[in-house]
Ligand binder design. Structure first.
Ligand SMILES: C[S@@+](CC[C@H](N)C(=O)[O-])C[C@H]1O[C@@H](n2cnc3c(N)ncnc32)[C@H](O)[C@@H]1O
Length: 306
């Protein structure tokens, strides 16, 4: 399996809002540029203890989390006995929530990950003609589909962009932020995940992976064609969670990411409100959490204007 970061806090602040958004928006097409596996064996590690296991144990303490779509699926898959507990990836979440009548497009460079999606689709009763898997560079594939997408059908597509590095350019010179911007401008419902490891970064190398560095890079790319689409900012919602002690923890204890953002476009206000309630629930259940060594695992939530 190509994705080793599964079931950590970064996955929770991606799948939790994603599951709710899928349920509320009910797209008829789901596209993923970096799909990963349908699911993963849920085995123990301290990073997963802080991520999926903490969520599983404490979700009941917050009403929005307890009632969330994500909680229902995760509790069910994780409770399977005999070492068969599973952690769902984004493809399984979407197919479980939307079922057979939708059209799914999953891209990944790793064909084994794509095989798990085909098997999972069969298990969930999703017909094989509704699930297209493409073993190729995902940004290029989604650009091809975007070019031929009828503008009247744009709002029926939900695209998730979930690369390891959202700022990495493909061989055509485009990265996931370029794609996110162009999907947004076309009217597609889009979501992009990104991580960061400090608030500002002290030196030039660390600044680019800091929160401030990420914001600068995102603003630069998102507003490149401002004169073409002055309303772009109004179409966006971005929620970030990060460890309260992020600056102190940098280079010490890192539970996969110290902070991450879920940037979305063209969502209904109902979805936005639901995501904000879920983020507040997450903050609530991490209030007294601890990382190995005793550092505080408390989270903060902020929305960002781009
Ligand atoms: C973070 S994981 C995806 C996780 C998944 N979206 C989820 O939420 O469960 C990133 C995936 O991108 C794939 N990948 C890396 N580079 C890629 C590329 N250029 N095009 C498509 N997939 C790529 C990796 O093989 C890996 O499975």
């Amino acid at each position: 399996m190509a994705n080793q970061h599964f079931a950590t806090i970064g996955d929770i602040w991606k799948h939790l809002p994603l599951a709710e958004i899928l349920t509320i928006e009910r797209p008829s097409k789901v596209w993923e540029s970096h799909a990963g596996s349908a699911q993963y064996p849920l085995t123990y590690s301290w990073k997963r203890e802080y991520g999926a296991y903490h969520f599983l144990k404490h979700a009941q303490e917050s009403l929005p989390l307890a009632q969330s779509q994500y909680n229902a699926i995760l509790q069910h898959l994780a409770s399977t006995k005999d070492n068969k507990a599973l952690f769902p990836g984004s493809p399984r979440l979407a197919m479980s929530l939307l079922g057979d009548r939708m059209q799914y497009l999953y891209c990944d460079l790793d064909w084994e990950s794509l095989e798990t999606i085909k098997v999972c689709a069969r298990e969930l009763g999703v017909a094989s003609e509704h699930v297209e898997t493409v073993c190729a560079e995902g940004i290029a594939v989604l650009y091809e589909r975007l070019l031929i997408l009828d503008v009247n059908n744009a709002l029926s597509v939900l695209a998730l962009l979930d690369p390891f590095d959202p700022f990495k350019h493909n061989e055509h010179g485009y990265n996931s932020i370029d794609l996110f911007r162009d999907l947004t401008a076309r009217g597609v419902k889009a979501a992009l995940w990104y991580g960061f490891d400090s608030l500002t970064g002290n030196e030039s190398e660390t600044h680019s992976t800091s929160r401030a560095g990420r914001h600068e890079q995102l603003r630069r790319v998102l507003h490149i064609q401002e004169e073409d689409d002055p309303t772009l900012s109004n179409k966006l919602w971005c929620g970030e969670i990060f460890l309260k002690e992020i600056e102190r923890l940098q280079f010490r204890v890192n539970p996969s990411v110290l902070g991450c953002g879920f940037l979305c476009a063209n969502l209904s206000s109902e979805s936005v409100r639901a995501c904000e309630l879920l983020a507040m629930g997450l903050v609530e259940i991490y209030q007294n959490s601890r990382l190995p060594g005793g550092s505080s695992g408390t989270l903060r939530f902020e929305t960002v204007q781009f």
